[in-house]
Design a binder for this molecule. Structure first.
Ligand code: BGC
Length: 465
C-alpha cells in the first residue's frame, strides 16, 4: 500500500482530534453531575424552595432536549466543526456567567443555555467522531465518548467533595471552565468532517482532509468513494414516518431511551447526596464519589464485553440487578420512614445495593441503549431517528431531574425507588418482546429485514424470510 507523504502523523492527528471532540463528553458529564454536592449550597445561598432547587437541575436538561432537537439541522447547515466550536464557546462563556450569577434567575438562564450546548454536543460530538474515525476503530471511539461522560461525572463528584469545605458552589462550578476553554481552543484547529464536506458539494476539500487523517492513497480513495455513495441516499425522516416499519423502530428507540431514564439512574447521579443523607450515612459526599467510580469502571467493562456477549443477555442481567436493588433500597427506606434512624447494617445495605444498582445500569442500559439507537435505524432515517431518540432521552431526563425531590417528599425515598423498580420490570417486556439482538450483524442486513416486515425482535437474525 502506498504511503502518503503528507500523512505520516495521521494517527496522531486522529488521536488529537478525537480527544478534543471527546472533551464534549467530559463537559456533558461535568455539567449534569454538578448539582450533586452543590445544590444544597445554592439552596442556602438564594433561600430556594424544593421546586426551585429541582429547577436548577431540570433546566439544564430541558435546554439539552431543545439543543438535541436542533442539532441535526444545525450540523447539516453549518458543518460539524462550527457547531462543536459554538457548543464549546457556550460552555466556556456561560459557565462564567453561572459562576458570577448574582441571582437565582441569572443562574437558571446560564444553566439553560449551557444545557443547549450539552444537547448539541451530545448529538454532534459522536457524529463527528464516527465520521472522522478510520472505519476499524469507529465503534471504539463512540464507546470512548460514553466513557468520557462517566469520567466527567466522576471528576465532578471528586471535585465537589474536595471543595466542599470551602462551602462555595461558585468555586465548584468554576472547575468546569477549564476543560471548556481547552475544548474551545482545541476546536479551532479541528478539521471539518469529510462526510459533511461531500454532503455540501465540496469533495475536493473532503479529499484534502482525508489526506491529513488517513495513512495511504488507497484508504483516501476508498473512503471518498464510500462517502459519495452513502450521501446519495437522501435523508427523509418525516416522509419515512408514513412507513410502518420505520414507525416501529422509532417507537422502539423512544421506549428504550425512556426506559434508560426511568430506570432511576439519574436520581442517583443528581441526588445521591440527599439519598445517603436520608439514610444517615456520615459522609454522603464520599459515598457519591464511590458511586461515580463504580459507574466509570463498570462502563469500561461493558465496552469490552458488549460485542462479545451480545446486547440482550447483558440487558436482562442489568435489568434484574436494577429491579432487585430498587426493591431492596426501597424496602430499607420504607421500614425507616423520615424521623427514624437506620441501623448501621441497614446503612451499609443501602450503600451496597445502591452500588449494585449503579453497576447494573452502567453495564447494561447506560451504554447499550445508545449503541442500539445508533444501529436500528435505516440509513435514510438515521439522523432523524437519532435526533428523536436523543431528544426523548433528554426529555425523560428532564422529568427525573425536575421531579425526583418532589417524589421523595410525596412518595418517600422508598416509594420512589419502588416506582423505578416497576419501570425496570416493564423493561423486561420491552427487551423480551420488541428488542432485536444486533451483535454480529451488518447494519445493511438489519435494514433489509426491517423493510421486509420482519418482527422487531427477529431483526438481528440472518436470512429471515
Ligand atoms: C445516560 C445519562 C446518565 C449517564 C450515567 C448515560 O448513558 O444517558 O443520562 O447520566 O449514562 O453514566
Amino acid at each position: 500500500m502506498k504511503k502518503l507523504s503528507t500523512t505520516g502523523g495521521a494517527n496522531a492527528i486522529v488521536t488529537k482530534v478525537s480527544l478534543i471532540a471527546a472533551l464534549a463528553g467530559l463537559l456533558f458529564g461535568l455539567d449534569i453531575a454538578y448539582v450533586n454536592g452543590s445544590l444544597e449550597l445554592i439552596v442556602k445561598d438564594f433561600g430556594l424552595t424544593t421546586s426551585q432547587s429541582e429547577n436548577i437541575a431540570g433546566i439544564l436538561l430541558f435546554g439539552a432536549a431543545i439543543g438535541a432537537v436542533f442539532s441535526g439541522w444545525l450540523s447539516r447547515r453549518y458543518g460539524r466543526k462550527k457547531v462543536l466550536l459554538l457548543a464549546s464557546l457556550i460552555f466556556a462563556l456561560f459557565t462564567f456567567l453561572g459562576v458570577f450569577a448574582p441571582s437565582y434567575t441569572v443562574l437558571l438562564v446560564a444553566r439553560f443555555i449551557i444545557g443547549l450546548a450539552v444537547g448539541i454536543a451530545s448529538f454532534v460530538a459522536p457524529l463527528y467522531l464516527s465520521e472522522i474515525a478510520p472505519f476499524k476503530i469507529r465503534g471504539r471511539l463512540i464507546a470512548m465518548y460514553q466513557l468520557m461522560i462517566t469520567i466527567g461525572i466522576l471528576a465532578m463528584f471528586l471535585s465537589n467533595a474536595a471543595l466542599l469545605h470551602f462551602g462555595s458552589w461558585r468555586l465548584m462550578m468554576s472547575v468546569i471552565a477549564i476543560p471548556a476553554l481547552v475544548m474551545f481552543v482545541g476546536a479551532l484547529f479541528l478539521p471539518e468532517s469529510p462526510r459533511w464536506l461531500v454532503l455540501v458539494g465540496r469533495p475536493d476539500d473532503a479529499e484534502k482532509v482525508l489526506q491529513r487523517i488517513r495513512t495511504s492513497d488507497e484508504e483516501v480513495e476508498f473512503e471518498l468513494n464510500e462517502i459519495k455513495e452513502t450521501v446519495k441516499v437522501k435523508g427523509g425522516g418525516w416522509k419515512l414516518l408514513s412507513k410502518s416499519f420505520f414507525r416501529k423502530v422509532i417507537i422502539l428507540g423512544i421506549l428504550l431511551q425512556a426506559l434508560q431514564q426511568f430506570s432511576g439512574m439519574n436520581a442517583f447521579m443528581y441526588y445521591s447526596g440527599q439519598v445517603f443523607k436520608a439514610a444517615g450515612l456520615s459522609n454522603p459526599a464520599i459515598a457519591t464519589v464511590v458511586i461515580g467510580l463504580v459507574n466509570m469502571l463498570t462502563t469500561l467493562i461493558a465496552i469490552r464485553y458488549v460485542d462479545k456477549l451480545g446486547r440482550k443477555p447483558i440487558l436482562y442481567t442489568g435489568l434484574s440487578i436494577l429491579a432487585i436493588s430498587c426493591a431492596v433500597v426501597g424496602y430499607l427506606f420504607r421500614i425507616n420512614p423520615p424521623g427514624s434512624e437506620m441501623t448501621s447494617v441497614e446503612q451499609w445495605m443501602t450503600l451496597i445495593f445502591s452500588l449494585l444498582f449503579i453497576f447494573g445500569f452502567a453495564v447494561s442500559l447506560g451504554p447499550i441503549v445508545w449503541i442500539l439507537c445508533s444501529e436500528i435505524f435505516p440509513l435514510k432515517g438515521r439522523d432523524f431517528g437519532i435526533t428523536i431518540t436523543t431528544a426523548t432521552n433528554w426529555i425523560s431526563n428532564t422529568i427525573i431531574g425536575s421531579y425526583t425531590l418532589t417524589w421523595f417528599a410525596h412518595l418517600g425515598v422508598g416509594g420512589t425507588f419502588w416506582m423505578f423498580g416497576a419501570f425496570n420490570l416493564i423493561g423486561f417486556l420491552i427487551v423480551g418482546f420488541i428488542t432485536p439482538e444486533t451483535k454480529d450483524i451488518p447494519l445493511e442486513e438489519l435494514e433489509k429485514n426491517l423493510e421486509k416486515g420482519v418482527p422487531l425482535r427477529k431483526l438481528g437474525m440472518r436470512h429471515v424470510s
